[in-house]
Design a protein around this ligand. Structure first.
Ligand code: SF4
Length: 376
């Protein structure tokens, strides 16, 4: 049984109607509980809970400090290729968009790695578009092998692969996978992904589990906020995270809350969400899943990101550039426009000023005699 089978139980149910049935009393009752059920999570993202954000924030703060302390892991994304065979209607790298396509050579990768690692970053997120020919698993393995010279933790955001392929990448040195479902509503998913292998909803949905089975140390999931009705998307994201964390307790799981940003191509966001709704989702995630990491990227504005500190965030990207080769060469189309353009050093200073510890390294890959294991 996979998560796909589990969520069939909720298909056909009118969650929106259910959500409007919660009262203030229900929310206060949920806030007194230590362990929350999926129904309690629904209460926290309901319209009734919108009037209790401050109480939710107090509890979210307590839980975050208890489980993660005042520490924020910093990482940077590096786009190593933008070839893509899919046509996701919300993305610059959509196969139909006219833009310069590029894949970094090993030498170009080294230049980017030198720039990024000079800022102190040791956690790198390597991204590609989805093209098994241009960004093959073998190419990614080569890059990962090289990346170990510069970074202590290597997370991948690439096309979905098989369990065996993930095992090979782990053996090469990758320790994390980020894979967003984009939208959990299967009908909306088909509309957003009209062409290409990404159209296979179930294969994508099962990808985080294949990575867990392969032995990835960290796995990050999320829905691209704006594509589907936000409350149901938040609910299925939370269920997915709970399913994975129960089944694979050794995997360090995290949830991201990416909001759609302007990009090349025209696309009207069907379910744009405001800051209050964003905060409500994040608080509900923290209360429902106290041990799960929460990542906030530079898609969000600097001031907004700073205000989210203490409410559940455990990981932030910094100094991000979303174009292939963009750290060495400022030209080129990014996947989306970054909102928080501060340097790594500026984010580091902000964290210190707010009493937080920026964490650059909390993991080290060690390889001995053909076997590998972790150490600090
Ligand atoms: S979201 Fe990913 S798969 Fe879709 S077009 Fe963009 S790069 Fe390609």
């Amino acid at each position: 049984m996979s998560f796909y089978d589990l969520i069939q139980h909720y298909r056909g149910q009118n969650l929106s109607e259910y959500l409007y049935g919660f009262t203030d009393r229900d929310i206060l009752r949920v806030l007194c509980k230590n362990r929350l059920s999926p129904e309690d999570f629904l209460a926290l993202i309901s319209p009734a809970a919108a009037g209790h954000l401050e109480k939710m924030a107090v509890k979210a703060h307590e839980l975050t400090i208890r489980h993660f302390g005042k520490a924020i892991v910093l990482f940077a994304p590096m786009y190593i290729a933008n070839y893509c065979v899919n046509q996701c209607v919300y993305c610059s790298f959509n196969h139909q968009n006219q833009l310069e396509r590029k894949r970094l050579s090993i030498e170009e990768f080294q230049q980017e790695a030198i720039k990024i690692s000079a800022s102190g970053i040791r956690h790198i997120l390597l991204l590609t578009g989805e093209s098994r020919t241009e960004s093959s698993p073998e190419y990614i393995e080569e890059i990962v092998t090289e990346a170990k010279r510069y970074f202590s933790s290597i997370t991948l955001e690439i096309c979905p692969l098989s369990r065996d392929e993930y095992e090979s990448l782990i053996y090469s040195g990758a320790d994390g996978l980020t894979i967003y479902q984009e939208v959990y509503d299967e009908n909306v998913y088909k509309l957003m992904h009209p062409f290409g292998p990404k159209r296979n909803y179930r294969y994508r949905l099962d990808t985080p589990e294949r990575a867990c089975m392969a032995g990835m140390r960290t796995v990050g999931i999320g829905a691209l906020l704006g594509l589907g009705e936000w409350r149901t998307e938040a609910f299925f994201t939370a269920l997915h995270a709970q399913y994975l964390s129960h089944k694979y307790p050794d995997v360090e799981l995290s949830i991201s809350l990416p909001r759609i940003r302007p990009h090349t191509g025209s696309f009207d966001i069907p379910y744009a969400i405001g800051d209050r709704e964003f905060v409500q989702i994040m608080l509900a995630f923290r209360l429902f899943l106290p041990h799960v990491g929460i990542t906030i990227s530079t898609r969000e504005r600097a001031e907004f990101r700073d205000n989210l500190l203490g409410l559940g965030v455990t990981r932030m990207s910094a100094g991000s550039i979303t174009a292939v080769g963009g750290y060495s060469n400022k030209n080129g189309n990014g996947q989306f426009q970054v909102s928080d353009g501060r340097s790594v050093d500026e984010v580091r200073q902000m964290l210190y000023q707010k009493g937080y510890q920026p964490v650059f390294k909390d993991w080290q890959y060690i390889q001995e005699g053909g076997r590998h294991f972790a150490g600090n």
